[in-house]
Design a protein around this ligand. Structure first.
Ligand code: HEC
Length: 136
């Protein structure tokens, strides 16, 4: 009797959790590929184009803010699925991109402008192969 009561209570808790997830705000949702690309690379609002100029000026706090955003978004990419291209290829390219974004973050954290510049170029070299294979 006590047991089944517990079970019933657990069931309610799970239902409540599921409800709160589905009603949760948009920020809780994993971003789409479109959101990730925009957040990283949009000329106005993207994190990536801002990092190298800030690093060159020695504005490391601001550079780190954008590098953190880039790293976070990049590491979501392998959790998404493209509409075009194979899963295997996507995983390879998306992980490569995430590793290169991590390198940008690491060098910003070290406040190394030269290494940040190189890491930024590394990320810049990932676009075409992935767009050719996976962008509609
Ligand atoms: C691992 C794969 C991958 C890499 C690496 C990648 N992209 Fe993308 N990108 C995509 C895909 C897939 C789309 C299409 C997304 C969609 O619209 O659903 C896209 C779309 C975009 C868009 C359009 C976003 C929008 O507003 O719809 C821009 C801009 C963009 N990418 C810039 C870049 C730049 C710049 C780089 C390199 C510095 C890059 N991407 C690297 C996969 C990638």
């Amino acid at each position: 009797m006590t047991r089944s009561l517990f079970r019933a209570a657990g069931c309610v808790a799970v239902t409540a959790l599921a409800l709160s997830v589905s009603v949760g705000s948009a920020e809780d949702k994993a971003p789409s590929i479109h959101d990730i690309m925009k957040g990283c690379f949009n000329k106005k609002v993207g994190a990536f184009p801002k990092i190298e100029p800030l690093a060159k000026e020695g504005k490391w706090d601001d550079a780190k803010k954008h590098a953190t955003e880039l790293k976070k978004l990049a590491n979501f990419l392998p959790k998404t699925k493209p509409e075009k291209g194979s899963e295997e290829s996507w995983q390879k390219l998306a992980k490569e991109f995430a590793v290169k974004a991590d390198a940008v973050y690491d060098n910003v954290e070290k406040k190394d402008a030269a290494a940040t510049g190189k890491a930024v170029k590394g990320v810049g070299g990932t676009c075409k192969a992935c767009h050719d294979a996976h962008r509609e």
